[in-house]
Ligand binder design. Structure first.
Ligand SMILES: CC(C)(COP(=O)(O)OP(=O)(O)OC[C@H]1O[C@@H](n2cnc3c(N)ncnc32)[C@H](O)[C@@H]1OP(=O)(O)O)[C@@H](O)C(=O)NCCC(=O)NCCS
Length: 200
């Protein structure tokens, strides 16, 4: 890590990443976000259902998120995943999430990206704004060469966001992910960092 570590500081090797965009604070989630995350998933429960894996009840409770955040913090410590919250500038409410998971190093330097935005914040460019900042962080501070994301062919909004950020279509996977109880085909896309430089 160069540059960014000084800018954001580290505690117990947990990266404290807080990115400021035009309208948002986009930062890594941490233990005290449990109730905010439970609120986000509860408020958008019905809206997100067709687009996400089955969520058990722990997704809608403070205690469920406390347990999950302990695991996420361990992954943050190992730099194996980066779970970001999109927040208003007062950092009171979570508007959406952007999760970079399964970070693999070596000759791959790649990870997967998943995201969602609250129903009332659709169509205002918030996800594009947030992912512009987080992709840059993952590419520059975390030296990732490839960020992979996939979407169901009928999820036009998701395809549009990825296209607008420079993700390129790479394939089509049959029965790829178990979404809302059904194995669903997905369009596979990736953003590769043409200016990649080793930082690890
Ligand atoms: C996928 C998802 C995040 C896309 O949300 P979104 O609001 O369409 O995306 P953005 O926040 O980037 O907003 C882009 C839209 O805002 C509009 N917009 C308005 N103001 C804007 C601004 N200042 N800057 C950029 N775009 C703006 C754009 O024109 C675009 O609308 P359009 O697609 O009708 O042209 C959202 O639909 C979602 O959470 N869906 C459910 C979960 C999901 O599908 N997750 C992904 C699984 S692969």
């Amino acid at each position: 890590m160069k540059g960014w570590s000084n800018m954001f500081g580290y505690r117990n090797n947990v990266p404290k990443v807080r990115l400021l965009t035009e309208r948002l604070v986009v930062r890594l989630v941490y233990e005290r976000d449990s109730w905010r995350l439970a609120d986000y998933y509860e408020e958008n429960r019905r809206f997100l259902k067709p687009w996400e894996p089955y969520r058990d009840e722990s997704y809608y409770s403070n205690s469920g998120w406390q347990a999950r955040l302990a695991m996420i913090e361990a992954m943050h410590q190992q730099h194996s995943a980066f779970y970001f919250a999109l927040m208003d500038t007062d950092e009171k409410e979570i508007l959406g999430v952007a999760n970079y998971s399964n970070v693999l190093r070596g000759a791959f330097n790649a990870c997967y990206l998943g995201y969602s935005l609250g129903e009332k914040y659709q169509g205002q460019g918030f996800m594009h704004e947030a992912l512009t900042a987080t992709n840059r962080y993952m590419q520059q501070a975390q030296s990732l060469h490839r960020i992979m994301a996939s979407y169901m062919p009928h999820n036009q909004r998701s395809g549009n966001v990825l296209g607008s950020l420079g993700f390129e279509k790479e394939g089509y996977a049959k029965d790829y992910l178990l979404i809302d109880g059904q194995w669903q085909d997905h369009v596979l896309t990736a953003l590769t960092n043409k200016a990649w430089r080793s930082g690890h």
